[in-house]
Design a binder for this molecule. Structure first.
Ligand SMILES: [Zn+2]
Length: 323
């Protein structure tokens, strides 16, 4: 695996190297939207899983000993060392051979620890193989809860079947936890419900790198999973909590998109707040979602942010649902 410095990889080259742009429709929501949107959402979970085998994984050395793997679902952080490799998130199961290659390229340490940032399939589908390879899985208790039963996500028009026993976290936290692994202190904390009710951040406090789960999508409108506790207000609260926690030196790993920093998180917070406020005013005036979409509440960012997972219409619909 080629390891690039964080500063040398642009979002454009990231998109080109991972093929994420091509599978950009992955996280489209349904719910309130027109029939055409429902048709788009239907089948996306299977499609994403099927395409995982041909995904291209790109690696990036961040700071200290922490690396990032992108391209097979959510962003995967890796901390190798004498205690065995720690992974934050598992990606798609179909990308196993490529993820295994990328991990082998980082170090020869065995895989010992996996933390799930939240329960969604693009972060947990690889749980079973990573467990079989030697990983103990730690997550928030709601991640274990959702993986342990059939769980419906209206926004994806999909019901996820109960996960196999090996994929279910054997260790859970309810509020917070600190770990000391591979010479790094690692702080985990549960967010109030935001993207789901199972989101946690993982902060490598010595390297000052924080993985903020899917509370942050860098360069794409975010998906919000109302079916398992998410909301636009929760996303904003989580982003404020992230901003209160970090400094301008902190490296921020989003759930999706290129690594960012404080200034990018401020931009994202303002985008969420402005959209929420505009949509709330229009909805209070009695406008329908279709009418609000025509008013383009996200118009200022659509060129840059609307071409990925979530179209402006879909994101506006998710905000509409929560105001
Ligand atoms: Zn997610």
């Amino acid at each position: 695996m080629t390891v690039k410095q964080a500063s040398t990889i642009s979002r454009r080259s990231f998109l080109a190297s991972t093929g994420l742009a091509a599978t950009g429709a992955l996280l489209a929501p349904r719910g309130l939207f027109a029939a055409a949107d429902a048709v788009v959402a239907r089948g996306l979970v299977e499609k994403a899983r099927n395409e995982a085998a041909s995904a291209t994984i790109s690696g990036q050395r961040l700071r200290g000993n922490v690396s990032l793997l992108m391209g097979a679902g959510g962003n995967i952080a890796v901390l190798p060392g004498r205690d065995g490799k720690l992974l934050i998130d598992a990606g798609f199961a179909g990308a196993r051979p490529k993820i295994a290659d990328a991990l082998a390229g980082i170090s020869s340490d065995p895989i010992k620890h996996l933390i799930n940032s939240h329960w969604h399939f693009d972060h947990t589908d690889g749980n079973e193989w990573l467990h079989s390879a030697g990983a103990t899985i730690l997550a928030h208790e709601n991640t274990r809860k959702h993986l342990s039963v059939n769980t419906r996500v209206e926004g994806w028009d999909f019901t996820f079947a109960t996960s196999p026993p090996g994929a279910i976290p054997s260790d859970v936290l309810t509020t917070e936890r600190t770990l000391d692994l591979n010479g790094e202190k690692i702080a985990l904390k549960h967010y109030a419900p935001a993207h789901t009710d199972s989101d946690i951040y993982v902060h490598f406090t010595d390297a000052d790198i924080i993985h903020v789960a899917d509370t942050f999508w860098n360069g794409y409108y975010p998906f919000i999973d109302y079916s398992t506790g998410g909301s636009i207000d929760g996303m904003i609260r989580a982003t404020e909590a992230n901003l209160a926690k970090i400094t301008k030196k902190t490296i921020v790993i989003p759930g999706h998109g290129a690594v960012g920093d404080r200034s990018e998180l401020v931009f994202y917070r303002d985008l969420l707040v402005t959209t929420r406020d505009k949509v709330a005013i229009l909805k209070k005036q009695g406008r329908s979602l279709d009418e609000i979409v025509v008013a383009k509440p996200t118009g200022a960012w659509d060129d840059q942010w609307g071409g990925g997972f979530m179209s402006p219409r879909m994101f506006t619909g998710l905000v509409f649902e929560g105001v």
